[in-house]
Design a binder for this molecule. Sequence first.
Ligand code: ATP
Length: 463
Amino acid sequence: MAESNLMEKIVALCKRRGFVFPGSEIYGGLAGTYDYGPLGAELNNNIKQYWWKTFVYKRRDVYGLNASILMQARVWEASGHTEGFTDPLVEDKVTHKRYRADHLLEEAGVDVHDLSVGQMGEKMRELKLKSPDGNALTEPKIFNLLVEASLGAVEGEKEKVYLRGEITQGVHVNFKNILDSMHPKLPFGIAQIGKAFRNEIVPGNFLYRVREFEQMELQYYVKPDAEEGKRQYEYWKRFSMDWYQGLGIRKENLRFRQHEEHEKAHYAQEAWDIEYNSPMGWKEAWGIHHRGDWDLRRHEEFSGVSLEYLDPDTNERVTPWIIETSGGVGRALLFTLLDAYREDELGGEKRVYLALSPKIAPVKAAIFPLLKNKPELVAKANEVFASLQSQVPSIQFDDNGNIGKRYRRQDEIGTPFCITIDFDTLGEKPELKDTVTLRHRDSGEQERLTVLEAAQRIQSALS
Ligand code: ATP
């Protein structure tokens, strides 16, 4: 299967089976936005739950947070976004990496002082400047990635605000609140999942680069000490990779990549990405950044409020360093789907299935009566469905079409288990009364189990 073909197949499957739809579709769409349908919403939630379980519930040193999307504009001044995002930006047309046009020109020996953006564009064309990866560049534009909004009831007196460009700052502005309310000791972390908005120059590649997306982030505060910073950084790098692999993505399709000096964000002392081997090449899936004390110092400076940590053992006041591990939910969902897509032959028939990990699969099990027109089978299937519903989340009932078709439908959405109720369940063979067949998605193998055993089998696969 050609790789580019794979992306098209995923986009089509997502639309056809209710995972992801283009945003505002009946009005002709809105670039860079997507809506999650019933199965996509489920998969999305499962990925977030898996993240929250790993980064919050399983830890004693991490606190959850849910900060506002709207924050005072001053927050973005302090974080460097209003300033840092208003550069003459160009974008690599292939990798979509953004660069400062003035930096690229300076590296090529051009004095950029007094050059307007238009003149920078002319100069770049004249020099046939390429991106550091050797690809064509877009025209430079003065660009701010922050999405603006205005708040207030009176026209003319509205206050300019921004939809947050990253969820990070909501955490740092609450650093003092967490210290005062939870009294944590260093090192500790604050975790958050939430929406972020970016006026991306070129949205594209389906969910990969969108203008509204969700992020999952841990900001981990450590003692400002070189050894400790390095140790924690390495720890969270590995931890993040383990989590990403836990999505069920094949190990060989994930790798670490260190940022080149020119790629590093203004705050980053150290920056590595986890990349996924996608149909578009190796692409950023996740970022692990050593932010130093940049954020706390800047918010201290701009707000006038002390954001120091008082060490209860030494009575020493310090500004902690921050290790950040951060990634997009939609990107994780896209990469998981791309990695799970399989075409094979089962019982002499071609089929498509998603080899999703049961813990994130949108539907955990489907219950079928063997025949739709036998009321006794349907009644028993309904009974099994009701009893399983209280034990297993997100199960489906399907009596539509022949059993083979129903298996194919479930395979295509990645349902790990199908349970069929047949005449033996009703006691046609007395020794099999109240047993069902449990079919495994990937192998197509079936086993005969009691309803209780089937439920246990499913539950253990989910944990
Ligand atoms: P990129 O270089 O791809 O634009 P970034 O380095 O700007 O990403 P960060 O600011 O580090 O990204 O954001 C953290 C994570 O948020 C990324 O690793 C990615 O998973 C996700 N993310 C960032 N921008 C987008 C976007 N436009 N659409 C979807 N997910 C995104």
